[in-house]
Design a protein around this ligand. Structure first.
Ligand code: ADP
Ligand code: MG
Length: 283
């Protein structure tokens, strides 16, 4: 199976010469949910922002490559020179291929819930807007059966607004959903329901998702792949930085989890991740 996204030699930095994250090789596949786990400060948000072309941290080098397959046209976009391109091109790529959920729900306080969820569809065709409107209503009936959608957004609870943020991101046409700790404000049951909604869209072939989470159990129960951002190296006098080792990129199999070197049960993977989180002391 060809990957949807293939990246080689991603090196993210906020200050020249000081790495925040290194990933020699990354692949994401259509129709899958990948969870990214790792300690605080290990570079999870940095990875997501680099993947979603939100922040220019990926260092340009001859060995860096970033290929995204357009599953409709079978065309492969080479995005390693993305930041050299015109602003219009950059925003068209972002809005065509990506949808985002952040830890903060980022709603417009002057709009009601439905208007907030429809907002990313402003540039879409009438048919796309109508179809998104229908799916918003059906997702809301599932995720928020107790509420009506016409109230000003700030009159809902934080957890309800976060569920609206899930619906907003899923309703917008996209190829890849990127979510940064999207279930942080939800209780465990609501978190599962929200991820199940992502899963059903992913299973229907309409989305692929990359989700950063602190919730290891949720990752193990819902992911098709899990990427563990590892113990940062301490190279000479550099501050520690996150690294993604191929042997800590796991694919779900019938019996558990498999990487380039390891085959682990759910429990063994959970212990490995917990150990990695505990051994990190970044600050
Ligand atoms: P995580 O999401 O895993 O908690 P981040 O990706 O936010 O980690 O951060 C990874 C590293 O990059 C940390 O050392 C953090 O301090 C640093 N970092 C994150 N954002 C910035 C920024 N805007 N400027 C400088 N350093 C940053
Ligand atoms: Mg983060």
């Amino acid at each position: 199976m060809d990957p949807l996204v293939r990246i080689e030699n991603l090196w993210c930095e906020y200050q020249v010469g000081i790495p925040a994250l290194k990933a020699p090789e990354l692949e994401f596949f259509a129709g899958e949910i990948t969870f990214v786990v790792g300690a605080s400060g290990s570079g999870k948000s940095t990875l997501l922002e680099a993947l979603g072309l939100m922040t220019k941290t990926a260092k340009d080098s001859p060995s860096f490559s970033f290929a995204l397959s357009d599953t409709n046209s079978n065309e492969v976009l080479h995005l390693d020179q993305f930041w050299e391109k015109e602003a219009d091109y950059r925003s068209s790529i972002r809005s065509k291929y990506f949808s985002f959920i952040f830890q903060q729900e980022n709603m417009f306080s002057s709009l009601n819930a439905l208007e907030n969820m429809m907002l990313p569809l402003l540039g879409c065709t009438v048919q796309e807007q109508e179809s998104a409107h229908k799916s918003i209503l059906s997702m809301a009936a599932e995720l928020l059966p107790e509420v009506e959608l016409g109230k000003p957004i700030m009159e809902y609870s934080g957890g309800q607004r976060q569920r609206f943020a899930f619906i907003r991101a899923l309703a917008k046409p996209h190829t890849i959903l990127l979510a940064d700790e999207p279930t942080g404000n939800l209780d465990p049951l609501k978190a599962q329901e929200a991820i199940d909604m992502v899963k059903s869209l992913v299973n229907s072939g309409k989305s692929s998702a990359i989700i950063v989470s602190h919730d290891i159990c949720l990752a193990i129960s819902k992911a098709d792949r899990i990427i563990l951002i590892d113990k940062p190296l301490n190279e000479s006098e550099l501050p520690p930085f996150g690294i993604i080792n191929p042997e800590h990129i796991f694919r779900k199999t019938q019996d558990g989890w498999k990487s380039s070197k390891l085959e682990l049960s759910d429990d063994a993977l959970q212990s490995l991740i917990e150990e990695s989180l505990q051994s990190l002391n970044l600050k």
